[in-house]
Design a protein around this ligand. Structure first.
Ligand SMILES: Nc1ncnc2c1ncn2[C@@H]1O[C@H](COP(=O)(O)OS(=O)(=O)O)[C@@H](OP(=O)(O)O)[C@H]1O
Ligand SMILES: Nc1ncnc2c1ncn2[C@@H]1O[C@H](COP(=O)(O)OP(=O)(O)O)[C@@H](O)[C@H]1O
Length: 207
């Protein structure tokens, strides 16, 4: 719901299509979702690098980083997570309008929240990437020692331990970083983008 009265939407004089033509690729959101430690950031950042090397404009919106700025007033209650994802979705939509391939790396544990973001975008612009790494592997990695804290009861409401994670039902891409090396995940995402005409095919010279 919009709180203010007397506001008017201003259309831009340059369209998304024109920006995409200028950049020579389409724009879309690669929405990485999965447990803490599943590999969302690692894969998203590696894909960003691969895109850069193909001269494709991209940008990673990362969970922890957004919580230092735009979302610094939000915690990890269900309502705050929903608001977190709503704001990121709106930001991602702006980036897509600007012509950028946008990679987001948030747990985004609630299916309804992810579907709300999907609904903000055109049908082919939201690419859900389920990083389906088993909890046991994420917990064993425990990159930030947060699972250990959650098991000791020092953190409550930790996703996968005592807060829910609702897996995507029909993700466009599924990765399991416990079963495939990073390079294979990157290749899988890049192949999807090429096959769907979002980024140009690699020419023989570039291979
Ligand atoms: N209670 C709880 N549950 C889950 N995660 C927690 C929690 N508290 C802190 N952290 C750290 O915050 C990162 C997840 O933030 P997100 O913005 O991606 O979460 S969410 O999408 O709003 O659920 C997550 O980072 P990632 O490991 O990058 O996923 C954790 O490091
Ligand atoms: N095959 C792999 N693909 C991606 N990450 C891997 C892989 N094997 C081990 N890892 C490690 O798993 C961890 C994943 O952490 P991170 O990317 O921060 O996850 P998330 O963003 O989902 O919390 C990193 O320390 C990364 O080096």
């Amino acid at each position: 719901m919009i709180k203010s009265d007397n506001i008017t939407w201003h259309a831009s004089q340059v369209t998304k299509q024109q920006r995409q033509t200028l950049l020579n690729h389409k724009s879309a959101v690669l929405w990485f979702t999965g447990l803490s430690g599943s590999g969302k950031s690692t894969v998203a950042n590696a894909v960003e690098r691969a895109l850069y090397e193909q001269q494709v404009t991209s940008y990673v919106l990362d969970g922890d980083n957004m919580r230092f700025g735009l979302n610094k007033n939000l915690g990890f209650s269900a309502a705050d997570r929903t608001e977190n994802i709503r704001r990121i979705g709106e930001v991602a939509k702006l980036f897509v309008d600007a012509g950028t391939i946008t990679l987001t790396a948030f747990i985004s544990p609630y299916r309804a929240d992810r579907d709300q973001v999907r609904a903000l975008l055109d049908a082919d612009e939201f690419i859900e990437v389920f990083v389906d790494t088993p909890l046991a592997v994420c917990e064993q990695r425990d990159v930030k020692q947060l699972y250990a804290k959650a098991r000791r009861g020092e953190i409550t409401g930790f996703t996968g331990i005592d807060a829910p994670y609702e897996a995507p039902e029909k993700p466009e891409i599924t990765l399991d970083t416990s079963a495939q090396p990073l390079e294979a995940s990157v290749a899988q995402v890049m192949t999807y983008l090429r096959e769907h005409g979002i980024v140009p095919a690699v020419t023989a010279d570039e291979e």
